[in-house]
Design a protein around this ligand. Structure first.
Ligand SMILES: NC(=O)c1ccc[n+]([C@@H]2O[C@H](COP(=O)([O-])OP(=O)(O)OC[C@H]3O[C@@H](n4cnc5c(N)ncnc54)[C@H](OP(=O)(O)O)[C@@H]3O)[C@@H](O)[C@H]2O)c1
Length: 277
């Protein structure tokens, strides 16, 4: 794939690897942003994919799961991230925090997780609602009173930035391309915090994707499962067209249509024996 930045190879010392790949990234992809300290809570498909790419771009990554750093030896080896407890990831991610755990587990996060985390640190949320395969039915999301990441930010008590929810982990890790490449994937970024959104959009570009302004958190339903820009790897112009044609205020009909589409997708996944638990 042209301009693709290879994943980290374990035989090169991490510092040298990061230096080399930062150079490649600066030469080939997008704007280069200063090296950041990034905390990632969730070390599964998305957390690991992000960690691989972020360390390869020269960022310092602290990664956590629910069971403790001693269970993350393989993830640390594969990604170049430092395994820590969730609270430590939040404290040491002084430039950015990513929360990428199953939606149903958000209420299990420590109550004081964000204590001491400055308000200007963007908090990314990647979550999607999978009622059949994983999360069970959540009333506010069934009625459409709340968006999925709106529900997350209510629990966290802080604005979040919704991004990376509509791309498969494997594609996030491997399908980034330099700016200007025809067909480069566009990723929507939604938040009520304009400054945090701008920082995250710059990072999306650095990772090899066109960042598309997805509007506010209330408007973030447009990038949720069941909609036309969910996991379809569309280029930015098509993402923008869909965002425009969907409008901003979700109608009852749109909500019902997205839920029905997603229910079909979940049923098809279940029929193939796919489990998210
Ligand atoms: N997979 C994809 O391609 C994809 C794409 C876009 C968006 N998403 C969304 O992104 C989110 C994460 O998906 P995923 O596929 O990466 O999940 P996953 O592979 O199932 O991994 C989940 C991770 O979250 C951790 N976790 C769970 N509860 C936790 C807690 N209370 N505190 C700290 N860590 C906790 C788990 O750690 P333990 O194993 O220790 O419990 C695990 O490392 C989901 O909302 C998903 O719908 C996924």
């Amino acid at each position: 794939m042209p301009g693709r930045i290879p994943a980290k190879k374990s035989k090169i010392p991490p510092a040298l690897f990061n230096h080399l790949h930062r150079h490649v990234a600066g030469a080939g992809t997008t704007q280069t942003i200063p090296s950041m300290n990034i905390g990632i809570i969730g070390a599964g498909h998305i957390g690991s994919a992000l960690a691989v790419r972020l360390t390869s771009l020269g960022h310092t990554v602290y990664i956590a799961n629910s069971r403790g750093p001693e269970t993350l030896t393989d993830v640390a080896q594969k990604t170049g991230a430092t395994a820590v407890m969730a609270q430590e990831a939040a404290q040491r991610g002084t430039d950015l925090l990513v929360v990428t755990i199953p939606l149903k587990n958000i209420p299990d996060l420590p109550q004081d997780l964000l204590a001491g985390v400055p308000a200007e640190v963007p908090i990314i949320d990647t979550s999607n609602y999978y009622p059949l395969l994983r999360d069970g039915q959540m009333p506010e999301l069934e009625t459409g009173d709340q968006t999925e990441s709106g529900w997350v930010q209510q629990h966290l008590g802080r604005p979040v930035v919704k991004v990376f929810n509509n791309i498969l982990a494997d594609h996030l890790e491997n399908n980034g391309q330099p700016a200007g490449t025809p067909g480069r994937i566009g990723l929507p970024v939604a938040s009520d915090d304009a400054a945090a959104k701008q920082k995250v959009m710059a990072l999306v570009e650095e990772l090899g994707f066109d960042a598309v302004d997805g509007g506010t958190m209330r408007e973030s339903w447009r990038q949720q499962p069941g909609g036309p820009i969910y996991c379809n790897d569309l280029p930015a112009d098509q993402v923008k067209e869909h965002l425009t044609s969907l409008g901003t205020e979700r109608t009852e009909a749109q909500h019902a249509e997205f839920l029905a589409n997603h229910a079909q997708q979940e049923q098809a996944m279940a029929a193939q024996g796919i489990s998210l638990k």
